[in-house]
Structure formats: C-alpha cells, structure tokens
Ligand binder design. Structure first.
Ligand code: UFG
Length: 330
C-alpha cells in the first residue's frame, strides 16, 4: 500500500536520498528537520527531479506537539526516524548533547505517533552497535556493545522500540543497521556535503579530489587486515535507501520488532577505496599514513542475508559505481 511517510531528519544525506527512493516507489514524503546539520537544497533537488512537492517543516523532532500536528495535517501513515546527531568523536566530547538529542527525538517521535494513532516505524540504526565485532561478516544476532555515546544512543533506541513493540501489538517497528553509505543518486545532483570538516572517509577523499584538501590521512596501516588499513562495508547510498523502502513495505506483513543489517557483505580497505576513486576520476589521490584514530576498529562487514531473504532486497551497485557516482555528484 502507498504510505505517507514522515522522515525526521530527512534533509540530510541519507534522508534526501531516502525521499528520492520513497517517491520513486510511489509513496509520499513529509520532512521535519531542524537544519543543524543539513541544508534544504538537497530536498529541493529531489522535488525537482521527481516533480513531486515535499512538505518541509523546519522544526525540532523533540517537539511532540509539532510532530503530532504534522502527522495529522499531512495524513502521515508511517515514520522513518533519522533525526540525530551522528559524529562519533563529537559524541565522546559531548555525551549529554548526544544522549539528550538522540533519545529525546526518538521518544518524542514515538509519543507523537501514539498520540496520532499510527504505528509503523523504521529506525536509522548503525553497525556501530556491534562495537568491535568478534568476527566478520556480522549477522544481526551477533553480540552488541557500542563503544561510544553515539553508538550507545542507537543501541538504547533499539531497546526502546523493541520494548514498545512488545507492549502493544499494533506497533510494527524495524531497526536498520547501516554499514558505510557512500556515493550519490545517479543524477549527480544530490551529494554528501558535510558542513565543516568531514569525519568520514569518502567525503574526505572527495575533498582531496576536488582540491579542497591536500591529501587523505590514512588512520593506520598496521591493522590486522590484508593491506593493514581499516576494512569497512561500503554500500551505495541508493542501495541503502532502497533497503528502507523494502523495510517500510514489509511492515504490512510484519509482527512486532525486527532488525536488519543494510550492507553489501564485502569488505573494502581504506587504500582500496582510494584506488576506486582514482579509477573513477582518473586522478591520483595523495595520501599519508598517520596513527590510528581513537575508537577505530580493524574490520566491520555485514552479513546482509536476513534483509536479502526476508525483505527481498539486495544491493545492485558495486563500489566502482559508488566511486563514480560520488565523483559525479561533485
Ligand atoms: N579513515 C581514514 N581517514 C579519514 C577518515 C576515515 O583513514 O580521514 C578510515 C577509518 O580509520 C576507517 C575507515 O576509513 O578505517 C572508515 O571510516 P569512516 O569514518 O568513514 O567510517 P566508520 O566506519 O568509522 O564510521 C561509520 C559512521 C558511523 C557509524 C559506523 C558504523 O561514520 O556513524 O560507520 O560502523 F557508527
């Protein structure tokens, strides 16, 4: 069935691409965002590309009354909750802001849904809940234990929605554990444009490719991996957001709470990603190996088989395409 989906935090990199995928799949989108870490531009592009208007409410997802009225005024039938602070390092410096913002936005959103009588909820979780995994690829039932306040907020919200689903069987709730989203929509018109210095590898490589920065700092080449640099599961952003559409549509037949990994299932090292961008751009990307970054882990790769079989969702874009699309969006 066609849903009207409130995407909290929907103006960001993942949110704007999610809006694109939802509209393409025939759903309607309403966004609430406070624009602390995003600009409205990406959603304007989505509206332009799809020819569909997206109501955007500049507001805080901690405001239950605001959310309730948005749900009622726009006939919202489901929520994808993305509004959150998301920088791991910053979360260690500012734990109160992270616990406060991330937990309060989630709880307020759920309260507003209950007040308005809607119960379909998809939550942006993260592979960071696995902490330093015992082995890779990681299945959903692996032990969890986040190692920083940002990750703890994801873990705690997973517990909250699990308990909520257990309390009332009208709730259908799904946590999506993202691995490392990269790339951009094939139009090249929506990009990952972090405000300030990028924390993540791909936006950093892009800033070097565009000449904004001199070189990529590679955080350690003494990890227990094939080439000594960190290994991650980079997933094309369009595959990731199509996973959201699949998870949302699956709520029709779902009971209670479920959790899914959204990853490609393949590990790529820092040096391999740099090489991928070199191939996509035909440029040389200068880099320098420096010390390890505090809190980093050697390897984090998904076992996506649950999402593949239950949601009928699979990634269809490889890392080469992600590098081309990331570059194209610059
Ligand atoms: N890296 C560098 N140089 C940089 C940035 C990153 O060498 O300038 C390396 C990191 O050490 C790591 C890899 O590139 O080996 C990926 O780092 P990212 O910061 O891009 O991503 P992380 O895997 O550390 O973190 C991401 C998200 C988090 C999320 C986590 C889940 O940013 O929000 O994945 O696994 F929690």
């Amino acid at each position: 069935m066609s849903e009207t989906v409130l995407v909290t935090g929907g103006a960001g990199y993942i949110g704007s691409h999610t809006a694109m995928a939802l509209i393409t799949a025939g759903h309607k989108v309403v966004v609430v965002d406070n624009f602390v870490n995003a600009k409205p531009d990406a959603l304007s592009v989505v509206a332009e590309l799809t020819g569909v208007e997206i109501p955007i409410i500049d507001g805080d997802a901690r405001d239950v009354e605001l959310l309730t009225s948005v749900i009622e005024d726009h006939g919202v039938t489901a929520v994808i909750h993305m509004a959150a602070l998301k920088a791991v390092g910053e979360s260690v410096e500012m734990p109160l802001e992270y616990y406060g913002n991330n937990l309060e936005t989630a709880i307020a959103t759920l309260q507003a849904m209950r007040d308005a009588g809607i119960y379909k909820f998809v939550f942006s979780s993260s592979a960071t809940v696995y902490g330093d995994p015992e082995s890779c690829p990681i299945p959903e039932d692996a032990s969890i234990g986040a190692t920083n306040p940002y990750g703890m907020t994801k873990e705690m919200i997973e517990v909250i929605i699990r308990d909520l689903a257990a309390s009332d069987d009208r709730w259908k709730v799904t946590a999506l554990r993202y691995f490392n989203p990269v790339g951009a929509h094939e139009s090249g018109k929506i990009s990952e444009a972090p405000l300030g210095k990028p924390n993540n590898l791909m936006p950093m490589i892009m800033e070097v490719a565009t000449g904004k920065r001199e070189k990529v700092m590679v955080f350690g080449d003494d990890w227990p991996t094939a080439d000594g640099t960190g290994v991650r599961d980079y997933i094309h952003i369009m595959d990731l957001v199509e996973g959201h559409v699949a998870a949302l549509e699956h709520l029709d037949v779902q009971e209670g709470y479920e959790v899914y990994n959204l990853g490609q299932g393949e590990g790529v090292s820092v040096l391999e990603l740099i090489r991928g961008v070199e191939e996509a751009t035909g440029m040389q990307i200068p880099y320098e190996v420096t010390g390890r970054r505090a809190g980093d882990i050697a390897e984090c790769v998904a076992d996506p088989s649950k999402a593949n079989s239950v949601l009928g969702w699979k990634t269809t874009r490889d890392i080469a395409q992600a590098c081309r699309d990331a570059w194209n969006s610059q």
